[in-house]
Design a protein around this ligand. Structure first.
Ligand SMILES: NC(=O)c1ccc[n+]([C@@H]2O[C@H](COP(=O)([O-])OP(=O)(O)OC[C@H]3O[C@@H](n4cnc5c(N)ncnc54)[C@H](OP(=O)(O)O)[C@@H]3O)[C@@H](O)[C@H]2O)c1
Length: 353
C-alpha cells in the first residue's frame, strides 16, 4: 500500500517541512501522479514568503509535476492508464487543496492539464513545461477578456493555437509579437507556441541567452542592457511589415512597462499582455489593451490534449529553458525555492523525487 509525504508550509515565511500526507485519490476527471520530478516557479516563492493565494493551512503548493500515473479517474481511461509517463499542471493555486500541490510524492492533476511524456524525454526535462505552457496559451490565445484578479482583466490576443503543421510565414504578411523577457520560462514558452502558430516573434533578453531565444523560434533578439534596444525592437517590428499584435511582457516591472509602452506608442498600439497587474490606467493609452494573464484556464485544454505529446515526440516542442537539478528528495525543495528567489537566468530549477 503506497504512502504519501509532502513538503508542507505551516506558516508564511517559514521553511517547508517534509512530513506525512494523506494518500490522494483521483476524481472522475483527474489523475494521481507518482512524481519523479517537480519544478519551481516564482509563484511558489511568493506563496511561501507571503502566504498569497494560500487557501488552506497547512499548505502543499507547487505547479509542475512529471512522473507515472498511479491512478486514473473514471472518466479519463481512454486517454491515460496506470504506469503512463506524464507531465501535469497541478492547480492548488485555484483549489487550495493540499492534494493538488506539486511538492509531494503523489499529486492530483486534472486530466485536461496533463499529457503523455514520450519515453525519450527524461522527467527532469519534461517537468519544465506545464505552468509555462499554460501561461503561454493564456498570453496568446484567450479570445475574450476574462478576470485575472478583481478589477484586472486578462489579455485577449486571440491568436491561433500552435499547430503541428506550422504555417509558413509569408513575407510582410505574418503577425508580429514582441516577447519581452524571452529567456524566462514563460517568455521562452510563449515564443515557442507563438512561432508554432505562425506568429513572428521579436524577443528581448540578455545577449548570453540569444541562442535560447532563437532555439525557441524568435526571428530576432535584442539585449535589454543595450541602451538603444527599444528603438531596435521598433525598427525590427516595422521592417517585418504585416500586423503588429503587441507586447507580451513576461517580466512586468515598472521598468519593463515603460519600455513596452514606448514600443507600443511607436508601433501604433496593440495588446500589452502582462504577468502581473498592468501599468496604472492613466499610463496606458487608449490604443493599448492591457491585461494580466491568469495561468489556470481551460483555454489551454486543446493544447494539452492535441498538441503537447505529438509536438514533443516530433521535436516541435522543446523542454526549454533547460532544467537545473537541485537535488533528489522532497527535502531539496526548500533549497530550490531559495535559489529561485535569488533569481535564475534561462533555466528552470528542478527537484528529482
Ligand atoms: N500571472 C500568471 O498567471 C503567471 C504565470 C506564470 C508566471 N508568472 C510570473 O511571470 C514572471 C516570469 O516567470 P518565469 O517563471 O518565466 O520567470 P523566470 O524564468 O524565473 O525569469 C528569469 C528570467 O527573467 C529574465 N529577466 C529578468 N529581468 C529582466 C528584464 N529586465 N528584461 C528582460 N528579461 C529579464 C532573465 O533574463 P536574462 O537572464 O536573459 O537577463 C531570466 O532569464 C514571474 O514574475 C512570475 O511570477 C505569472
Amino acid at each position: 500500500m503506497a504512502s504519501n509525504s509532502a513538503a508542507w508550509l505551516h506558516k508564511a515565511s517559514t521553511p517547508l517541512e517534509v512530513g506525512e500526507a494523506p494518500m490522494p485519490t483521483a476524481g472522475p476527471n483527474e489523475l494521481v501522479i507518482r512524481n519523479a520530478a517537480i519544478a519551481i516557479n516564482p509563484l511558489d516563492c511568493h506563496m511561501q514568503a507571503a502566504g498569497v493565494f494560500v487557501q488552506q493551512w497547512p499548505s502543499v503548493f507547487g505547479c509542475d509535476v512529471a512522473g507515472e500515473v498511479h491512478e486514473v479517474g473514471s472518466e479519463v481511461h481512454e486517454r491515460f492508464k496506470v504506469g503512463d509517463r506524464v507531465i501535469g499542471h497541478a492547480i492548488n493555486l485555484t483549489t487550495g487543496r493540499p492534494q493538488d500541490g506539486a511538492f509531494a510524492l503523489y499529486t492530483v492533476v486534472p486530466a485536461d492539464k496533463a499529457a503523455i511524456l514520450p519515453a525519450s524525454i527524461p522527467f527532469t526535462d519534461g517537468v519544465v513545461l506545464p505552468l509555462a505552457l499554460e501561461a503561454a496559451v493564456c498570453a496568446l490565445s484567450v479570445k475574450q477578456p476574462g478576470t485575472a484578479l478583481p478589477n484586472v482583466p486578462t489579455p485577449a490576443l486571440g491568436l491561433p493555437y500552435p499547430s503541428l503543421t506550422k504555417p509558413t510565414p509569408s513575407a510582410g504578411k505574418s503577425k508580429t509579437l514582441v516577447v519581452y523577457g524571452g529567456s524566462s520560462s514563460v517568455g521562452s514558452m510563449t515564443t515557442q507556441l507563438a512561432t508554432a502558430a505562425g506568429v513572428r516573434v521579436i524577443a528581448v533578453a540578455s545577449a548570453r541567452n540569444f541562442d535560447l531565444c532563437r532555439a525557441c523560434g524568435a526571428a530576432a533578439v535584442f539585449d535589454y542592457h543595450d541602451p538603444g534596444f527599444v528603438d531596435e525592437v521598433i525598427g525590427a517590428a516595422t521592417a517585418a511589415g504585416g500586423e503588429f499584435v503587441g507586447v507580451f511582457d513576461a517580466i512586468s516591472t515598472p521598468e519593463t512597462y515603460a519600455h513596452s509602452l514606448a514600443m507600443l506608442a511607436k508601433l501604433g498600439g496593440g495588446h500589452l499582455a502582462c504577468v502581473h497587474p498592468p501599468p496604472p490606467a492613466e499610463d496606458v493609452p487608449a490604443n493599448v489593451q492591457a491585461g494580466m494573464i491568469f495561468a489556470v484556464d481551460d483555454v489551454a485544454t486543446p493544447v494539452w490534449r492535441d498538441y503537447v505529446t505529438p509536438a514533443l515526440r516530433e521535436g516541435k516542442l522543446k523542454c526549454l529553458p533547460p532544467p537545473l537539478v537541485v537535488g533528489k528528495g522532497l527535502e531539496y525543495i526548500q533549497e530550490a525555492l531559495e535559489k529561485c528567489e535569488a533569481g535564475v537566468s534561462a533555466t528552470k530549477l528542478v527537484v528529482e523525487i
